[in-house]
Ligand binder design. Structure first.
Ligand SMILES: [Zn+2]
Length: 357
């Protein structure tokens, strides 16, 4: 009898009445939270009434909290049923989820507008176990005592359903903000490459350098296998750098910005310097051809100075690198006289050197 009663109550809560905002008692909410996984249900299209999905890709879904303490309060979830971010998600799944979190937070901040964005991963093994990241805004004008944890707390203990009209309007604002290509892009995210991206790195090197083999000072690098940093803007990879560490020196082997004039190259260079310092290197150096004037300007402006010129280095490099790849590189970048190497160094630590190939 009691079981039938509970089932009927859960059914009523799930089906609900679409046009009416109401409040659930703690017991009602508990029964709901212990029923079907609320995220898997939405992913499968079995929406609770008043569900507003604001973003979706292959792996991640974002929808508005059904019981928000603030307008625009969103939940960012992996689509597959994972419960623990620290053990159930691969590194690349976690990083992608975070990319979406940052983008959605930027859209929510704009839609609200917010003076601060709060993040939390809650849930428990018994209730709401599916991993979901709370993205909660602190709207402008919130008094200090209503900020931080208070912004997310239910003051009367009830779960108030959002007003459907309000929720629809808020969802539209967030979707519109997410459509701006620059949303969440104020900051470039720099991160080490994950193993699953090695194939992508090899393809990009092939596309941009004509080969994954890079020759410098008589050494043939397989750049696709080197330590690498990836620069991400929003959810898109916009640059990459590969480097090699030896004898307390770091060689910057490749640096690629897929978009020009937007700070990607500078940010990658700074990140490589930081990574090299972290690994105990006291010097950063790189080689480029003597005719690559863009590169000469780029590195000189960032404190590098010429250290040495190695004449004939290009011919030596050609002996190590397959001729076809080398010729392709020459043609593609229109290098008319690739004959020498120059070395630069920078005064401020770490001392840096640059040579042109
Ligand atoms: Zn689930």
């Amino acid at each position: 009898m009691a079981l039938a009663h509970a089932r009927a109550r859960v059914l009523r809560l799930i089906v609900g009445r679409p046009d009416q905002a109401r409040a659930l008692t703690p017991e009602e909410y508990d029964a709901l939270a212990r029923s079907e996984c609320f995220v898997c249900a939405i992913v499968a299209g079995r929406h609770r009434p008043n569900t507003q999905v604001v973003y979706e890709d292959e792996d991640v879904i974002v929808f508005l909290n059904h019981f928000p303490t603030q307008d625009s309060y969103s939940l960012v979830c992996p689509k597959r049923h994972a419960e623990r971010f620290e053990q159930d998600l691969s590194r690349s799944e976690w990083l992608h989820l975070q990319e979406v979190v940052q983008r959605v937070a930027a859209a929510v901040a704009e839609a609200t507008p917010a003076i601060r964005m709060y993040l939390a991963s809650l849930g428990s093994p018994e209730r709401n176990a599916h991993l979901h990241v709370h993205v909660c805004p602190c709207p402008a004008g919130t008094p200090f005592e209503r900020q931080q944890f208070e912004a997310m707390r239910r003051r009367d203990g009830l779960h108030h359903e959002a007003d459907p009209d309000r929720q629809r309007e808020v969802a539209q604002r967030i979707r519109a903000a997410l459509e701006q290509p620059s949303i969440g892009d104020a900051h470039l995210l720099m991160r080490p490459i994950v193993e699953a991206e090695r194939e992508w790195l090899a393809e990009k090197l092939q596309e941009r350098w004509g080969s994954t083999s890079i020759v410098s000072r008589g050494v043939l690098h397989d750049a696709a296998a080197l330590p690498a940093l990836v620069c991400v803007r929003g959810t898109e990879r916009v640059g990459m750098a590969t480097f090699a560490l030896a004898d307390r020196a770091c060689e910057l082997v490749t640096l690629d910005a897929f978009e020009r004039g937007r700070g990607v190259g500078s940010a990658l260079l700074a990140a490589v310097v930081a990574a090299a310092r972290g690994d105990g290197a006291s010097r950063l150096w790189l080689i480029t051809t003597n005719d690559n004037l863009d590169a000469l300007r780029f590195y000189q402006r960032r404190g590098f100075r010429l250290g040495a010129v190695n004449r004939g280095a290009v011919d030596a490099a050609r002996r190590l690198k397959p001729r076809s790849a080398s010729a392709w590189t020459l043609r593609r970048q229109s290098w008319p006289a690739k004959t020498s190497t120059w070395t630069f160094s920078r005064r401020s630590p770490p001392a840096t050197a640059m040579a042109t190939r």
